[in-house]
Write a protein that binds this ligand. Sequence first.
Ligand SMILES: Cc1cc2nc3c(=O)[nH]c(=O)nc-3n(C[C@H](O)[C@H](O)[C@H](O)COP(=O)(O)OP(=O)(O)OC[C@H]3O[C@@H](n4cnc5c(N)ncnc54)[C@H](O)[C@@H]3O)c2cc1C
Length: 409
Amino acid sequence: MIEERDIIIVGGGMVGMSVAILLRTQLSETTGVTLLEGNDLPVSGDLQDTYPAFDSRATALSFSSRRIFEDIGLWEVFEKKTSPISSIHVSSKDKFGSTLLTSSDYGWPALGYVAENLALGTALLSSTSDQAGIELFGSAIVLSVKASDAYGTSIKINQNGVHRHFKAKLLIVADGAKSKLRESFFIDSTIKNYGQDAIVVNVGFEQPHMNCAFERFTDSGPLAVLPLVEASSQPNRCGVVWSVNPERGKELETTSLDGFKELLQKEFGYRLGRISHIGRRSRFPLSQLKAREQVRNGIVIMGNAAHALHPVAGQGFNLALRDANELAKILSCAEIKGKRLGDLGVLESYRLARQRDQEIIVTASDVLPRLFTNRNRFLGLARSIALTALDILPPLKTKLVRRAAGMPF
Ligand SMILES: Cc1cc2nc3c(=O)[nH]c(=O)nc-3n(C[C@H](O)[C@H](O)[C@H](O)COP(=O)(O)OP(=O)(O)OC[C@H]3O[C@@H](n4cnc5c(N)ncnc54)[C@H](O)[C@@H]3O)c2cc1C
């Protein structure tokens, strides 16, 4: 039996769940949204980090992401679990030049917010489960997909041994960078391997972070130290994302706690005093991925399946959330005009509306790590001059900050 659905989203990561909630809040009540996730979904309570999309990482949310979550009533749910970023200190190790960005310079309450993925995921999952009109399937293994005919895209799944066959007016592919669905539709992608791994770890410092984030460019790669909310066991917590070459990455992942502490302290310095606590370390190989097509008749590719970025500027999820918000708006207008949800013209207008922001953010996330890890002496000088110039040229700084925050100039 074929079960007909309006919109099916494959992939219940941060992007798939956000898309589901945005569509549900912006489309008419009669338009159903079905979310298929390969992992088991906990029925209630906090997510465990056995759900790979919601691991021990923390995500820096931009001001534009805050606004989107506010509009759908989600911000108040997890605001208490996020740490505002009041200032960002950018520096180069062993080089002159640094810059300090502060929220008060822009009249914003914060430059951004840091949310631990488990807390964000728990809020997204409970909102997805609570919304009438979102049908949620965990342990849903997609067996096959067949491109759209006039009536929709065919999706066959196996859920705990039960086979089901759906037909959707619109299929949203959000199954991550290694998207099997993107491959099933023979959508090519360009992949750039950075030859870098990110070591992610939560760290306790001797001194309070005062809601300051640090971006430190070192010869081995960028090191980000992000302020986290206080935990009862550990007051001065920060999330560290340290990009290094794969050999060093393996060493940093496996070396003793004391050895790791010493290496991190040497690279970061003593801005927050001594490191007092080191959490569990995880390693993520870094590459950039760009799908060559993001829309086809009845299909949209989103999130990491469409564009996966180097985490240096903390933009991957923020960009995908702006995509999701725009898609929801465009589909809502199409619905009012009586157009088909999967209409290629409608989906093309979404792609065009998102093209410029995507190009700028994808390029910036690619150029930054290369510029700041290149050992060339003249580039090193250029970096120092750039950081100094940023500090003395407020209009340039304003432009960069507004773009990074996902705000119009
Ligand atoms: C170290 C690091 C730090 C980062 N920091 C930031 C940051 O500070 N700010 C920021 O904006 N971004 C950041 N990012 C980027 C951000 O993490 C990603 O943009 C985001 O996680 C992408 O989410 P996604 O839902 O598209 O993909 P994923 O998280 O990969 O989720 C895909 C989901 O699809 C499911 N799935 C896969 N295949 C199937 C299938 N066949 N059927 C059903 N389900 C399936 C998976 O189980 C998974 O749940 C960072 C990335 C890294 C690596």
